[in-house]
Design a protein around this ligand. Structure first.
Ligand SMILES: [Ca+2]
Ligand SMILES: [Ca+2]
Length: 306
């Protein structure tokens, strides 16, 4: 970062973050400033300097800075991934970030996430082979409330984690501590074993904090891969993610004699109505995966609903 080339925001009116009244500490500061008009996906560096009000103002030489990447709106990718060390099942899932390579033993070059109704899945590529997730350096952090000011402040990131995974174990970080108890039903798995250039991993959506509250809900969260030696992050502010809902259908229709059968595979409840634009649809909750009725009645429309 070059202060000579930086854009100076003079006399920034400071705001007071809501959590400051709850006490000071890591991630809780007396001043804040909202910078707008940033472009998604670009790396911005921020530094704060103080100066006095003399006619030739003296400015301090503070060189502490933090990098942020403004994210896009959280989105999700519905897909079932098999933990087999083969990555063809990731076809069609967009990459969430592209990382640069430096001297850290681990460099995350590309990351993507997906989910089905049971698991959150990740796929990460490295710049050189490494036995990822095998030691205490590499972590997956989850900011479940999308609030960088709550939870455990992650080294080298602008991120407040509520749950961390390290060497296959999950830790409760809601109160700001590194380890405030074990996560149950974590469902952690990754492949391949040993040293490799890319890995896929999974976390159960039934993961629970001590006390039974579920880690993952329907709100957007942020996901952060970190290797604390660099520190290396993908990315500094985490990747926004919202669990995708199941894709429904298609509905198949077949006629045999005087009977019509509508069938489908996967999730969903069959509904019917006499108009495709109707506001009221009737659910056939006991239909299972097929519904058979006699042909020749009045016109009916069918759909699958969650
Ligand atoms: Ca796979
Ligand atoms: Ca948080």
């Amino acid at each position: 970062m070059s202060f000579a080339a930086a854009t100076k925001l003079a006399r920034v009116p400071p705001g007071l973050p809501g959590n400051y009244s709850l006490g000071t500490g890591p991630g809780s500061y007396p001043y804040c400033c909202k910078v707008t008009g940033l472009q998604n996906g670009l790396n911005y560096y921020f530094a704060v300097r103080a100066k006095d009000s003399s006619s030739s103002p003296r400015e301090d030489t503070n060189a502490v800075s933090i990098a942020v990447v403004p994210g896009t709106m959280a989105s999700g990718n519905y897909k079932t991934i098999t933990m087999d060390g083969s990555f063809s099942d990731w076809a069609g899932v967009p990459w969430a970030c592209q990382g640069a390579v430096d001297g850290n033993p681990v460099n995350f070059t590309q990351v993507q996430f997906a989910n089905d109704t049971s698991y959150l899945y990740g796929h990460v590529k490295l710049s050189s082979p490494y036995a990822l997730f095998s030691n205490y350096y590499t972590h997956l952090f989850v900011d479940t409330d999308e609030n960088a000011q709550t939870g455990y402040p992650v080294t080298g990131a602008l991120f407040g984690s509520e749950m961390m995974i390290e060497t296959g174990y999950g830790y409760d970080q809601r109160n700001g501590n590194f380890n405030a108890g074990a996560i149950s039903n974590l469902g952690w798995a990754f492949a391949p074993a040993g040293s490799a250039l890319e890995f896929e991993f999974q976390v159960s959506l039934d993961a629970q904090y001590p006390g039974g509250a579920k880690v993952f809900g329907t709100n957007a969260c942020r996901l952060l891969l970190q290797d604390n030696r660099g520190p290396e992050t993908a990315v500094e502010t985490g990747i926004p993610y919202i669990l995708a809902r199941p894709q429904l259908g298609p509905l198949l229709i077949a006629q045999s004699g005087g009977l019509i059968t509508i069938s489908w595979t996967g999730p969903g409840t069959l509904q019917f109505s006499d108009s495709p634009t109707a506001n009221s649809w009737t659910s056939l909750t006991n239909a299972g995966y097929s519904y058979t009725f006699e042909a020749g009645g009045s016109r009916q429309f069918f759909r699958l609903a969650e």
